[in-house]
Every structure is written in structure tokens, then in C-alpha cells.
Ligand binder design. Structure first.
Ligand code: ATP
Ligand code: F6P
Length: 496
């Protein structure tokens, strides 16, 4: 239970947690330079790294050289990429120069406050890497080269069919011909490709061989680079899903209190019993092992109890998954908080992401303590996480790229299972609502309160409204699909 004593009011909780932003010197800027032949997952890695950085609050941007090239040569044939094609070489170099110049301007622009740029291109020759290194060095930007090497022909063919035939480079063309042309494009790149070797030991680099089955790391100097490398080396592309659920309705939810460590209600228990079948209904391939993660609070453990008993899946309890600590406001209702701490109540409405409860946490604090959870999730395969409203919003926002100012206001209803399936350039989402009513704990800004605080109070009215919410939601299976997002390209972008 959070402390409510006055001497804790100004003490930020979890102050010992890693905070990527605060340990990073104001001056440091990093250019992550992707390296590798086409269809080696460079854009996927760049997009994910970008999403991770945005989530932890680090200003980052991907500069995709293929996008620059496309403005002059939208649908080139494989011969364009032949190193002996002088005109092709000239145009490819011009596109790289434009991208690097925009990137350097972005770093120096006071408004963007850029910290990490990701230069997404093949950068497949020593000469090109030397040129980028020197351009960055002269502009006071560190470089981190990330090379993806893959010699698994089946995987490369899969990659081509999965993302390349759909790209703007082949829009409107026959997918089979597009795949053939793409193979030829790769052959042309192979003529000039030079892997990073011992003669480039002066660079900071990481080489990922066959999706991280071997990783070679050279000269990582700063904390942010080491976090990035750790993140990137844990990425995998095995098919899997991540399920998210809040705990079943709790006794505190019924009375409108926040925080605490109450038991689940009768309806919460009904949800706990329904969870195994809801999970099955969501689509679990035969013989799939799923690991159950809960917080250390009673309501999530009780919610996962039947799931664990029926499936025998391994279960882990994480302190980091405990609900946002509401400090002195713990065990109060929103109405009581508004009465007792009106200034805090308004401050939270004004900037919910950054507002830190007295003696408790902000959403920003929760994201920082969830960072190891995200790292572990990236390493893991199928996981079902039973957690709390604020924590679930933060985890969901990482996968669906929800901006910080929106994430604390998202609706994540009780008694609903969210299934997230990572795809090449985004995350597919499906929601499965159990046919078990529950109160709504969502509260909008100002007077837009949760249902329980409407003027017509009283148990009967609340029950009618809760029933209505449950009725409207029953049986809904939605497909929210892919997120466009600025950092996760919907299409593959080709490199020069
Ligand atoms: P291009 O140079 O043409 O832009 P690319 O290297 O950027 O190609 P992506 O567009 O990112 O390649 O390819 C995405 C595909 O690569 C996805 O199908 C994904 O599953 C797969 N992939 C992701 N990571 C790796 C990896 N480390 N090695 C090989 N394939 C990967
Ligand atoms: O009301 C349920 C709950 O999980 C509380 O314990 C917690 O303080 C709150 O939701 C977080 O939601 P919000 O940030 O919208 O107040």
C-alpha cells in the first residue's frame, strides 16, 4: 500500500528506476545507421526502435533514404541498383545526401530537440559508412551502426512476399514479377556489399546475425546506446500474440475508490471464471504455451487463478505491473479527490501524463518502471498480462504507438480481453468482451466524470447505467487493425 505520510509527499516514487531521458546528457545526439542488404528487416528494426524511443519520451525520427529516392525514381527496375549504373548511382547518392542533410538540420533545430535519428538505408559499402561517420562527427553527432545479416533464403523470400511486393515501388504490379525483380535488386546490391569488419573497429556497431541468433557488439560508449542495443538484440520475429486484460471488477471499483488492494467482486469472480474460455475464443493455435503475468495485487492474482488452474500455464507475478500509485489519494473516490485536493485534481486534468500524485506516481513514472517489462515482452513469445487500468494503458500505448497526451485518457473497459498480434509494420488488435457486466471506471476531463458520478446518483441509477454499458458492449469483437502512426511506416520503404 502506498504511504500517505506527509514526509513522503514530495518524494518521487521509483526514483531509482532507470530514466533514459534523465541520464542522457543534454548534448548527446545519436545517429543509428542501419546497414544491410534489402529485406533484412532494417525498416522493421528502425520502426520498432523509433516506437520504443517515443514511448520512453526520447525525441527520435527515422530518415528513410528510399523515401527520398522515390521522389525522383518512384518505381525503378532492378537495373537501377546495379553499382555499374552511373545514373542510378548518382541519383542514389543524391537521395542519401538529402536525407543526411535533413537529419543534421533536424538535430540542430531548436523545436525538434532531436536526440536519436535513425538513418534507414542499406549503407552497404565502407565508403558510404565512412562518409556518414564523418558527416556526423563534424556535426557533433555520435554514430551507432546496426547491421542486419541474414543468409536464410527461405526467410528472405518470405520477407519479400510479406512486405516487398506490397510496397509503393511495385504498386499496381504483378506480385510474382515484383518478387522476381526484388531478387534481382538484391543480387545487384550483393555486387558492392561489404559487411562491417575489423577495419571498421573505430566505429560503435552491433551486428545481428540471423535475427539476433548471434550478436557482435563493438565499442558501445554511452547509456542510451547500450539500452538501444539491448532492445534491438532482443527483438524476434516468431509469430506470437500478447493478450492484455484488466483484473475482474473489484470491490473498490464498485464503490468508486481508486488504488488499494481489494478483492474482486462477484462479477469480477465471474470474469475470472470466464477468462480461460474467452482466451480460447480469441484464437489460440494448438499446443501454444502462454505465460501468465499478473501484478502482485490481489485483484489480478484472483483474476488469473482459474486461468492458471485450467491451463497449467506458468505464472509470474511482477511488482512492476502494480497499479499506478495514487499516493495520498489512494482509497479515495474521484469526487473525494476533487473535494479534498481541488488543485491537484485540476493539475491532473491539465496534464494527466506528467501529474504525479502526492507521494505517488505519474503516468511518466509508470512508463519508466515498465521499461524492463517491455524489454522482457520483446524477448518473450505468447504472454497474457492481467493488470490494471493505468498500467494497461501504458503497455497498450507502446504496442499501438499512442501518443503520451492521449494514453492516460484511453478507455480500457473491465471484462474485456485485448489480443495484440505483432505484424511486420504494426500491431493487429482484436477485443473480446465477456458477457459479464461491470462498472465503468473511466473518467473524462473536468465534469465528464465516470458514470458513477452523474448527477443522478444512487445505487439503482448506477446499476441501470452499468447494465446499459454492459449491454452495449456485449459480444463485441472488434478489429482495430494496424496503426498508421508517424514512426511505424505502413509500407516498407526501400533503401538506396
Ligand atoms: P529494404 O532495404 O528493402 O528496405 P529492409 O532490410 O528494410 O529492406 P524490411 O522492410 O524491414 O527490410 O523487412 C521486413 C521483413 O523482415 C519482415 O517480414 C520481418 O519479419 C523480417 N525481419 C525482421 N527482422 C529481421 C532480421 N533481423 N533478419 C531478417 N529478416 C527480418
Ligand atoms: O479505478 C481503477 C484504477 O485502476 C485505480 O486504482 C487507478 O488509480 C485508476 O484506475 C487509474 O486510472 P486514471 O489514471 O484514469 O485515474
Amino acid at each position: 500500500m502506498p504511504s500517505t505520510t506527509a514526509d513522503h509527499i514530495t518524494t518521487p516514487s521509483h526514483s531509482s528506476s532507470f530514466n533514459l531521458r534523465s541520464v542522457q546528457s543534454d548534448e548527446s545526439r545519436i545517429c543509428v545507421v542501419m546497414v544491410g542488404l534489402p529485406a533484412r528487416g532494417k525498416s522493421l528494426i528502425a520502426g520498432k526502435a523509433m516506437r520504443y524511443l517515443a514511448w520512453v519520451g526520447i525525441p527520435a525520427k527515422v530518415f528513410n533514404v528510399g523515401t527520398y529516392r522515390r521522389s525522383n525514381t518512384p518505381q525503378p527496375q532492378a537495373t537501377f541498383f546495379d553499382p555499374h549504373n552511373e545514373e542510378g548511382e548518382r541519383m542514389r547518392r543524391a537521395a542519401a545526401e538529402s536525407a543526411v542533410s535533413d537529419m543534421i538540420n533536424w538535430f540542430h533545430d531548436d523545436e525538434s530537440k532531436g536526440v536519436v535519428a535513425i538513418l534507414d538505408a542499406t549503407n552497404s559499402t565502407k565508403e558510404r559508412r565512412k562518409w556518414i561517420f564523418e558527416k556526423c562527427r563534424d556535426a557533433d553527432i555520435e554514430t551507432l551502426f546496426v547491421e542486419s545479416i541474414c543468409d536464410d533464403e527461405d526467410l528472405i523470400m518470405n520477407n519479400i512476399l510479406e512486405v516487398k511486393t506490397d510496397s509503393p515501388d511495385y504498386k499496381g504490379q504483378d506480385p510474382e514479377l515484383a518478387a522476381l525483380d526484388f531478387r534481382k535488386r538484391i543480387r545487384n546490391y550483393e555486387k558492392a556489399y561489404e559487411t562491417i569488419d575489423d577495419n571498421e573497429k573505430q566505429y560503435t556497431y552491433v551486428k545481428l546475425i540471423n535475427v539476433g541468433s548471434t550478436v557482435i557488439i563493438n565499442q558501445i560508449k554511452d547509456y542510451l546506446s547500450s539500452r538501444l542495443v539491448y532492445y534491438i538484440q532482443n527483438l524476434h520475429i516468431k509469430p506470437r500474440s500478447i493478450w492484455l486484460s484488466r483484473h475482474g471488477e473489484s470491490e473498490y471499483n464498485l464503490t468508486g475508490k481508486i488504488g488499494g488492494d481489494s478483492n474482486i467482486s462477484e462479477r469480477g469472480e465471474a470474469y475470472a471464471r470466464a477468462l480461460p474460455s474467452l482466451l480460447r475464443k480469441s484464437g489460440v493455435p494448438p499446443n501454444t504455451k502462454i505465460v501468465i503475468w499478473t501484478s502482485t495485487l490481489k485483484r489480478t492474482i484472483q483474476t488469473a487463478r482459474h486461468l492458471k488452474a485450467e491451463t497449467g500455464f506458468e505464472k509470474l507475478e511482477w511488482k512492476a505491473l502494480d497499479e499506478l500509485d495514487s499516493g495520498v489519494c489512494d482509497s479515495l473516490t474521484y469526487e473525494e479527490i476533487a473535494d479534498k485536493y481541488p488543485e491537484d485534481f485540476k493539475a491532473r486534468d491539465d496534464d494527466k501524463y506528467n501529474y504525479r500524485y502526492r507521494g505517488g506516481e505519474s503516468y511518466r513514472d509508470v512508463v519508466i518502471r515498465l521499461e524492463p517489462i517491455i524489454m522482457e515482452l520483446e524477448r518473450s513469445e505468447n504472454v497474457i498480462i492481467v493488470t490494471h487500468q493505468a498500467v494497461l494503458r501504458c503497455i497498450y500505448s507502446y504496442f499501438l504507438n499512442v501518443p503520451q497526451e492521449k494514453s492516460p485518457w484511453m478507455e480500457v473497459p473491465l471484462h474485456t480481453l485485448i489480443k495484440l498480434t505483432p505484424r511486420a509494420y504494426g500491431t493487429e488488435e482484436k477485443r473480446f468482451k465477456a458477457d459479464i457486466p461491470a462498472v465503468s471506471t473511466w473518467r473524462g476531463r473536468g465534469l465528464l466524470r465516470s458514470i458513477r458520478s452523474f448527477p443522478l446518483r444512487g445505487r439503482r441509477m448506477r446499476r441501470v447505467l452499468d447494465g446499459l454499458v454492459a449491454f452495449v458492449g456485449v459480444g463485441v469483437v472488434g478489429l482495430n487493425g494496424f496503426i498508421g502512426g508517424s514512426s511505424i511506416p505502413k509500407y516498407c520503404n526501400f533503401e538506396l
